[in-house]
Write a protein that binds this ligand. Structure first.
Ligand code: PLP
Length: 392
């Protein structure tokens, strides 16, 4: 019997790995309605609260009135509108790179950049905890593909010594399921030594890290020479949708000429670019969101440590609580939900086997009181989980 999907689904259920989509009945924000239930959410990547910001909404509405809704065609045909172009110029200036290229999603930006730069005869080296889109891109490229140990420049150096052809080293800037920062200066140093290029996907760093929200390259002070390929996504701290690659004139022109995920797809709605221009202005100019977020992160970490939760080495709004077993991670999420809190349980294959976790994300729209509600519920739920296992 071909395609025994029922058996495949049953197996996933039995392994406690079955996924369900919470049905959201409200805009992004701390207070959401999910499956008809009002909940306090700590699981969105809308770190600065711009997804539902009145000025960003107005920019989208005005943009739709001026430019209509659909992109109409690919960028190379007749889909490259003035707002797309203006946003690319603003993103180039924001990142301090000569040029930037706009994409409809981060997944596509990563596929595009990696597959346009390396192919058969080349080498692509990736952190083993990279985002799925980067790993998929490496496999799709046809280049020799290997993973180095997480954030380990010595492990990377070992692979670089054996690499052939053009070599691209690829890393998340902030690791999406762990919240830690890539040690970019050390990785860039190894790349320089071996004549490799470093590509950084800073989906979670833009807007949250760096004095002006310029992400991990601003945080570490790294320019075009150290990080020739810089990717950012617009659906997280920017609160809109899409992604960009920033780099040299030649890099961007190469992507326009050769990157299939760029060429063969319709441009994003121009009004979305109008909205992103507004959110970029807020993200860069209004520092108080990052400052408030930092206070929430500090408070969360000190209080969670007191409760005895296993935190990860994260200075970012991604604050995972390591649980280990998938069933227990689901149980902890369920205990929190009974207390009116929504936090995502992240299980394999999104994270390595045995490292299921609750992925708490903080946003500048959370109040201090809301954070205290989370901490109280975590203390209670963690104690109950311990009793259920028999150590309480
Ligand atoms: C979310 C994410 C992406 C994908 O971006 P989308 O715009 O959501 O497709 C890529 N890389 C990382 C590290 C991410 O966290």
């Amino acid at each position: 019997m071909p395609f025994d999907l029922a058996a495949r689904l049953a197996e996933r259920r039995a392994a406690r790995l079955f996924r369900q989509r919470p049905l959201l009945d409200s805009p992004q924000g701390p207070e959401v309605v999910v499956d008809g239930q009002p909940l306090l959410a700590f699981c969105s990547n809308d770190y600065l609260g711009l997804a539902n910001h009145p000025e960003v909404i107005r920019a989208l509405r005005d943009g739709a009135e001026r430019w209509g809704v659909g992109g109409g065609a690919s960028h190379l045909v007749i889909g490259h509108s003035a707002p797309h172009h203006q946003l690319e110029e603003a993103l180039a200036e924001f990142t301090g790179r000569p040029r930037a290229l706009l994409f409809s999603t981060g997944y596509m930006a990563n596929l595009a950049a990696v597959t346009a730069l390396v192919g058969r005869g080349d080498t692509v080296l990736e952190d083993r905890l990279n985002h799925a889109s980067l790993l998929d891109a490496g496999l799709l490229s046809g280049a020799r593909f290997a993973r180095y140990l997480h954030n380990d420049a010595a492990s990377l150096a070992g692979l670089l010594a054996k690499a052939g052809g053009n070599t691209l080293v690829v890393t998340d800037g902030v690791f999406s399921m762990d919240g830690d920062l890539a040690g970019l200066p050390a990785l860039a140093g190894e790349c320089r030594k071996h004549g490799a290029w470093l590509m950084v996907d800073d989906a979670h760093g833009f807007g949250t890290l760096g004095a002006a929200g310029g992400g991990c390259v601003e945080h570490f002070g790294l320019g075009l020479d150290e990080v020739p390929v810089l990717v950012g996504t617009l659906g997280k701290a920017f609160g809109t949708a899409g992604a960009f690659v920033a780099g040299s004139e030649e890099l961007i022109e190469t992507l326009i000429q050769f990157a299939r995920p760029y060429i063969y797809t319709t441009s994003q709605p121009p009004a979305v670019a109008c909205a992103t221009l507004k959110s970029l202005e807020l993200l860069q100019g209004e520092h108080w969101r990052r400052e408030h977020l930092q206070r929430l992160i500090d408070r969360f970490r000190s209080a969670a440590a007191e409760i005895g939760l296993a935190l990860m080495d994260s200075p970012t709004p991604i604050q995972p609580i390591l649980v280990g077993d998938s069933g227990r991670a689901l149980r902890l999420a369920a205990l929190l939900r009974e207390r009116g809190l929504l936090v995502g349980a992240i299980r394999p294959p999104t994270v390595p086997a045995g490292t299921a976790r609750l992925r708490v994300t903080l946003s500048a729209t959370h109040s201090e009181a809301q954070l205290e509600r989370l901490l109280e519920a975590l203390a209670e739920s963690w104690a109950l989980l311990g009793e259920e296992r028999g150590d309480g």
